[in-house]
Ligand binder design. Structure first.
Ligand code: FB9
Length: 551
């Protein structure tokens, strides 16, 4: 540790490293690290070194082993009745927290120890303080730098210690400036600042002025150390009977439990964290999205219906029966049960009419709408089918402004590729309100995406059978350095809403995106297959925290 010169310096002014009282373990541990050859020519160090040898404590000057520290504490307490953990840790030159740990383990034995919390102010070196203690104070470095012949002020200023050093060296009248040159005012100076810092660092003491100056220079700071004042408990003993952790059948059979000490149950102790039960990344992103929807006043729609009738999945959404998405290329048709037959008849009639003949100011599609087509069961291709049911129910129950969302699986018979599987999780937001406009829609999903940390949006008109106008939403993704399509949206068509019985002045806006795309981007997963199935990297699952897309 210690560089003999420094030490010699310190011991020039005080008999022991820690000051004047008596040698402490710091003295002995430091002595143990001194190489006797370094004593030559260092009279103060030599005096101190030999002085210490006279103490029999040299016996245990070696660094105190901390194994079985609890027993050491009991033995020490047996002799000294009480101790302050902060001071004892210093005396024993061991880590205070380790000592506290040992004391805590002893406290598990009812009544052996009694403790009281104590707090002690301690002076600690700041990072700059440590630097000055290691390299010398800037004022001293300036004094060293200019040497006997002085130096140009400009050169000193270039030194990292230049600015502060000059100020202090001038203040201490160590140097002066004459025509831009800095010259010494005295032949030799002592780096008191460094000495004081070193002394404090090893638990030594410094006079009050020194402390005040060091504090003012933010080289030391006062810290409160929490410790324990430990004394004997009512059932203090130095020989602790081993405490049994478990009551075994043998003990009961032999009755030996009667004179056994049992470790107290620590009901506060945190159980072993079960190494199972992790949210799949998708579910982590889903919970993020749910919180955002709830925070925007949306309530969640019930989505527990993967099998849907074509009526609710398509017809109710004014999607004509010959629409390409309604053929098996895109949609999974269910073979058993192949059809649904129960529909709100009057509503179905109105859907049939608006498809085949129009109405509500619409020309409709002018085709022969077939109930058979509407009855066909499919795996829902979008959660917008759920929105249709909800909006119809809203009309039946009497309209009230509503904000609804759904996040759940939808199924599309698509060609599988790196970003498409036969199913994905659709995220959908629906807002129903009188005189709602496209601006409201843009406002809502702009707020939604902002909460996802996605701000810079652009919109591109698109076509959906059930919304007009419709827009695709794009965002510029810094990491990917490109515009990414992050969703779709639109104003639901009156041909969809009015047959449901919703008031004519009610408009409904909707927007949707997937869960998989943001999750892949968030977790840097390029192939959607790595998001599902056996090849998923469980480490990613375990170690990636609940995601914050905006982080
Ligand atoms: O999720 C998509 N993209 C996306 C979303 C977020 C994201 O976050 C990153 C952290 C920054 C990144 C990308 N898309 C929608 C866009 C494309 O990926 C698209 O190619 C694929 N789409 C799916 C459908 O594919 C056939 C994503 C899925 C999608 C598309 C449309 C809707 C929902 C999901 C909808 C809707 C809608 C429209 C109007 C009214 C109601 C609902």
């Amino acid at each position: 540790m210690s560089d003999p010169n420094r030490l010699n310096q310190i011991l020039q002014d005080q008999p022991y490293i820690e000051g004047f009282a008596q040698p402490s373990s710091v003295d002995f541990s430091t002595r143990a690290s001194i190489n006797p050859n370094d004593l030559k020519g260092r009279e103060h160090l030599e005096r101190w070194f030999h002085h210490l040898s006279s103490f029999e404590m040299t016996a245990d000057t070696s660094v105190r082993s901390t194994e079985n520290l609890p027993q050491q504490i009991l033995d020490f307490l047996g002799k000294s009745n009480e101790f302050n953990s902060i001071q004892l840790a210093q005396q024993w030159d061991i880590d205070h927290q380790k000592l506290i740990g040992a004391i805590k383990s002893l406290l598990a034995n009812e009544g052996v120890l009694a403790t009281k919390d104590v707090t002690e102010k301690r002076l600690e070196l700041t990072n700059e303080g440590v630097q000055f203690a290691n390299e010398g104070s800037p004022e001293f470095l300036v004094f060293e730098f200019i040497g006997a012949d002085g130096a140009a002020q400009a050169d000193i200023q270039k030194q990292p210690f230049g600015k502060i050093g000059m100020a202090k060296a001038m203040q201490f009248k160590w140097v002066s400036v004459d025509k831009g040159r800095v010259v010494r005012q005295t032949s030799d100076v002592a780096d008191t600042t460094r000495k004081q810092l070193e002394s404090l660092r090893i638990g030594g003491d410094v006079d009050e002025n020194g402390k005040k100056e060091l504090k003012k220079r933010k080289l030391i700071s006062e810290v409160n150390i929490k410790g324990l004042l430990v004394s004997k408990g009512d059932s203090f003993t130095t020989s602790l009977a081993k405490q049994e952790a478990d009551l075994t059948p043998e003990m009961i059979a032999s009755g030996s439990w009667k004179d056994k000490q049992f470790k107290k149950y620590n009901f506060e102790s945190l159980g072993v964290v079960p190494s199972s039960g992790h949210l799949h990344p998708l579910m982590k992103v889903r919970s993020e999205f749910r919180q955002i929807f709830f925070s925007m006043g949306f309530s969640e729609m019930a989505t527990n219906r993967y099998v849907e009738s074509s009526f609710w999945n398509f017809d109710a959404l004014f999607q004509p029966q010959q629409h390409p998405a309604r053929d098996a290329h895109d949609t999974f048709f269910v073979s058993d049960p192949a059809i649904s037959t129960t529909f709100p008849q009057d509503y179905l009639e109105r859907v049939k009419t608006v498809h085949s003949k129009g109405g509500y100011g619409s020309a409709g599609y002018n085709y022969d709408w077939k109930i058979e087509e509407a009855q066909k069961n499919v795996l829902r291709t979008h959660t917008t089918a759920v929105s249709a049911r909800q909006l119809y129910q809203l009309a039946q129950e009497g309209f009230r402004p509503s904000k609804l969302f759904s996040i759940d699986r939808v199924f599309r018979n698509e060609t599988l590729d790196a970003t498409h599987l036969a199913e994905f999780h659709q995220v959908e937001g629906v807002i129903a309100e009188k005189n709602l406009s496209l601006a409201h829609l843009i406002g809502v999903f702009t707020e939604f995406f902002k909460k996802l940390g996605i701000t810079n949006l652009r919109f591109k008109p698109t076509y959906n059978p059930y919304t007009e106008p419709s827009m695709e939403i794009f965002a510029y993704h810094q990491g990917l350095a490109k515009w990414v399509e992050i969703g779709n949206s639109g104003m639901f068509r009156p041909e969809m809403l009015l047959p449901m019985g919703l008031p004519a002045d009610v408009n409904v806006a909707g927007y949707g995106l997937s869960l998989e795309r943001p999750t892949m981007i968030k977790y840097g997963i390029n192939n959607i297959r790595d998001l599902f199935g056996s090849k998923i990297d469980l480490e990613v699952v375990y170690n990636t925290p609940i995601c914050r897309l905006d982080k």
